[in-house]
Design a protein around this ligand. Structure first.
Ligand SMILES: [Zn+2]
Ligand SMILES: [Zn+2]
Length: 334
């Protein structure tokens, strides 16, 4: 059997529609992992971690409005073009007097604030001051939401810099990295580099370095699904062998992130979502004639397809005839 067969495709559509109606599938604009080579979003499971990759921690200074400077460190210098704040720890005596002041972007001329954030900043790491790029780093994205910071996306979907990158627009991302470093050097703002072994995220299909990117995608809420799975092991209904994996299991299940299920690929199950001219969403197993919200008749179908694991995960019961009521289903899923 094959997951793209009509019967199994029907199960996929039905599962999507039911989970959507139960509020377990939703569409949101989030920071996701993006492969610039495959030009698609990836789930956390599709990102391979390259351990101990050779990285470089690059220090540079932001001029503070009214005099002085504040030095930050980064492994991705080109992202400074999208910085919209500098964060320091609220208890750090070195920077207390600077919180609330502004820095001026030395290349783009924008001004943005120095903020205090105990969650993002580790006083002992680097200079204790952190550049914040909400559109290109998961921790910075969360910080941006806490402080209402501007999100500036710097990348086109193919990994070249977009117009927000100013003089670096059109450059490939790694060429832009070099060019930004050279520009900061020219401005006299570089403050040294050191080797920094790091974990580099790679696309599991093509091995390209994955970029965190702000994008509108479909997600499955995982917390309500993980809860009964955690409880089953806590109660002892399910035992994990060997036992030492139990801790790992709990770590996975308790830190689980929502699952990004939409892919910008041509091969796969189409997402049963339709949009009207007002961008209302109608989710339906059958092709709808009109928008469920405003009655608009000019609907276009979502162009994305589902993560291949969405259909694979239904395999145990989709092959038994679900959502139909079959003898096989009654026997194996009593
Ligand atoms: Zn890829
Ligand atoms: Zn509508």
């Amino acid at each position: 059997r094959f997951t793209l067969e009509p019967a199994l495709s029907r199960a996929v559509t039905e599962a999507f529609v039911r989970l959507y109606r139960e509020g377990l599938i939703y569409r949101a604009t989030r920071l996701i992992s993006w492969c610039v080579q495959c030009r698609t979003a990836l789930s956390d499971l599709e990102v391979d971690a390259q351990e101990n990759a050779s990285g470089e921690l690059f220090d540079f200074a932001y001029p503070v409005e009214g005099g002085g400077e504040i030095v930050v460190s980064t492994t991705r210098p080109e992202t400074m073009l999208g910085d919209t704040a500098i964060a320091v720890h609220p208890d750090d005596p070195r920077y207390k007097h600077l919180v609330g002041k502004h820095v001026v972007h030395p290349i783009l001329g924008r001004r943005f604030p120095i903020i205090a954030d105990a969650q993002l900043v580790d006083m002992a790491f680097g200079t204790g001051a952190v550049k914040v790029t909400p559109a290109h780093d998961p921790n910075d994205f969360a910080t941006g939401k806490r402080h209402g910071l501007v999100e500036i996306n710097l990348l086109n979907l193919d990994g070249t810099m977009n117009d927000a990158a100013g003089p670096f627009a059109g450059m490939e991302r790694f060429a832009a990295r070099k060019a930004v470093k050279a520009k900061l050097e020219e401005l006299g703002l570089t403050r040294g580099t050191k080797a920094n072994p790091m974990t580099r995220p790679l696309c599991f299909r093509c091995g390209t370095v994955v970029e965190p990117l702000i994008s509108t995608q479909w997600f499955v809420k995982t917390e309500p699904l993980a809860k009964p799975a955690i409880e089953a092991v806590e109660r002892g209904d399910t035992t994990i062998v060997p036992d030492y994996w139990t801790k790992t299991y709990f770590h996975w299940m308790r830190n689980i992130q929502d699952w990004c299920i939409s892919r910008q690929l041509w091969w796969g199950h189409s997402i049963p979502a339709y949009y009207c001219g007002h961008d209302h969403v109608t989710v339906s197993a059958e092709t709808p004639q009109a928008c469920a919200e405003c009655g608009d008749r000019g609907l276009r179908r979502d162009e994305d397809v589902l993560d291949t694991w969405f259909s694979s995960a239904l395999w145990p019961f989709s092959t038994l005839g679900w959502p139909g009521d079959t003898a096989d289903l009654r026997r194996f899923y009593p």
